[in-house]
Ligand binder design. Structure first.
Ligand code: GDP
Ligand code: MG
Length: 163
C-alpha cells in the first residue's frame, strides 16, 4: 500500500493549493483504498518516482464544539489517524498564529511523524520565513511555496523518508 500523507493546518494556509499541486487535480477522489473513508479529499500523489496518497483536510478549529468547524476538526483528526506522516502547514506571511500552537500540541500527542512546512515563502529569506516556528518544537521548518512549487519536492522527500 502507498504511504498516506495528510495535510493539516488552520484555514487559508494553502492546504488545498498544495494538495492540488501534489495530485495535479482539483479534487481527485480515490475510492479504492481499504480502510479510508470517502468523505474527505483523497488524491494520488506523485513526486518523481515516489507515489503516495494525499489527504486534504478542511481546516482545523480545535476549540469549536459544535457546527461546521467542529465537524472539520473531527475530520482533520480522523485524517491524521489514517496518515503515515503529517504535513503541518503554517503561513510565512502571517507568521505564528495561536491556532498553530494548538495544532502542534495535538499533532505531538498523536505520535505521527510531522513535517512542519512554512508555506507562501516565495521570494522571502529562509531565516525570516522560519524564525517564528522553531518554538513549535517540531524540528527544522521547511520553507515552501505551494503556489509556485519551491521546496515542495524536498518536503515530500523528507516526509517519505520519515517513514
Ligand atoms: P486552505 O484553506 O488551507 O486550503 O488554503 P487554500 O489552498 O485555499 O489557499 C488559501 C489562499 O492562499 C489562496 O488565496 C491561495 O491562492 C493562497 N496561497 C496558497 N498557497 C500559496 C503560496 O504558496 N503563496 C502565496 N502567496 N499564496 C498562496
Ligand atoms: Mg482548503
Amino acid at each position: 500500500m502507498k504511504p498516506v500523507i495528510a495535510i493539516v493546518g488552520r484555514p487559508n494556509v494553502g492546504k488545498s493549493t498544495l494538495f492540488n499541486r501534489l495530485t495535479r487535480s482539483r479534487d481527485a477522489l480515490v475510492a479504492d483504498f481499504a480502510g479510508l473513508t470517502r468523505d474527505r479529499h483523497y488524491g494520488n500523489g506523485r513526486m518523481g518516482e515516489r507515489e503516495f496518497i494525499c489527504i486534504d483536510t478542511g481546516g482545523f478549529e480545535p476549540v469549536a464544539k459544535t457546527g461546521i468547524l467542529a465537524e472539520m476538526a473531527k475530520q482533520t483528526k480522523q485524517a491524521v489517524v489514517e496518515a503515515d506522516v503529517v504535513i503541518f502547514l503554517v503561513d510565512a506571511r502571517l507568521g505564528m498564529a495561536p491556532q498553530d500552537r494548538v495544532i502542534a500540541d495535538f499533532l505531538r500527542k498523536t505520535g505521527r511523524p510531522v513535517i512542519l512546512a512554512v508555506n507562501k515563502a516565495e521570494g522571502m529569506a529562509y531565516t525570516t520565513v522560519t524564525a517564528d516556528f522553531y518554538e513549535l518544537g517540531l524540528g527544522e521548518p521547511i520553507a515552501i511555496s505551494s503556489a509556485h512549487g519551491d521546496g515542495v519536492r524536498a518536503m515530500i522527500d523528507e516526509a517519505l523518508d520519515a517513514l
